[in-house]
Design a binder for this molecule. Structure first.
Ligand SMILES: [Zn+2]
Length: 69
């Protein structure tokens, strides 16, 4: 796999945190959190399982360990 395709793959998994002004909550994809820290802590999601983490580095490590790529 070339680097550009790898980048694109990870980009799709990234869920930016958005603030919902109407109900004062932070949203991350379909998830809703009351605190920004909680939303941030889950913004990297594995596409193979339900694993979530705080950083790209951890997600990459998870993929290598759990899914061998
Ligand atoms: Zn996984």
């Amino acid at each position: 796999m070339d680097i550009d395709r790898a980048k694109l793959k990870y980009k799709i998994n990234y869920n930016p945190v958005t603030f919902n002004f109407s109900n004062k909550t932070y949203e991350n994809g379909s998830e809703v959190y009351s605190k920004y820290e909680y939303a941030r802590a889950n913004h990297w999601k594995c596409d193979k399982c339900d694993f979530r983490c705080t950083s790209f580095r951890k997600l990459k490590q998870h993929k290598v360990e759990q899914h061998s790529y």
